[in-house]
Design a protein. Structure first.
Length: 205
């Protein structure tokens, strides 16, 4: 009887341990720092440096200061409203590239509107855009005012994005911030191509 009792206790302990591992592996509970590459942790750590460098390049370009002033909420790095995080649904998005890298790059380049969406599966939120250059990835809880985005960039007629962490130039790391009623932005510091900072404006579809 005593041996059977010890066996039952051992089985119960094993089940508890298994449940604990399952909970720690739940993607809804993963800390973004554990999911991010070292490169992307550094990008997010230096997000303000990217803003400062990008804005300086834009202001130095002809008409740059007036372009920034025309949408101060979008281009103010400190414009963040707590609460009302980006939730599942249909949205419209528009990308801005600030602080072009390379001799032929422009200081500020604005794209056209395109569709984008947030989907939820098993409690995990994913953000994706349409168009010739498509961002897609996972949204992680961070603070009351910011959500962390980790994803990749797909180009042209590629059918599916490259898995995160496989191609460092395609990897993307950013902060999703609410900047107004039904208005958000995805800030991508030091992206792999063409700019110092990318800002994706997000509004309800």
């Amino acid at each position: 009887m005593r041996a059977a009792r010890f066996a039952m206790l051992g089985l119960a302990a094993a089940l508890v341990a298994t449940a604990a591992v399952a909970r720690s592996d739940d993607p809804r509970e993963v800390d973004w720092r554990k999911a991010a590459t070292a490169q992307d942790r550094a990008r997010l750590r230096n997000w303000r440096d990217a803003w400062i460098a990008a804005l300086a390049k834009v202001r130095a370009a002809p008409g740059g200061a007036s372009a920034l002033a025309a949408d101060a909420a979008l281009f103010d790095p400190d414009r963040v409203i707590q609460g009302a995080a980006l939730g599942p649904g249909a949205y419209r998005c528009r990308s801005y590239r600030l602080g072009g890298v390379g001799p032929a790059s422009r200081a500020l380049l604005a794209g056209g509107w395109r569709t984008c969406r947030v989907t939820e599966e098993d409690g995990v939120l994913r953000f994706a855009t349409d168009g010739d250059q498509r961002e897609s990835g996972t949204l992680y809880d961070s603070t009351d005012s910011r959500t962390v985005f980790l994803g990749t960039l797909a180009l042209g007629d590629e059918r599916r994005p490259t898995p995160y962490g496989r191609d460092l130039r395609r990897d993307m790391a950013g902060l999703v911030e609410r900047i107004g009623p039904d208005r958000w932005r995805l800030v991508l510091p030091f992206p792999g191509f063409q700019s110092t900072l990318d800002v994706v404006e997000i509004v309800r579809g």
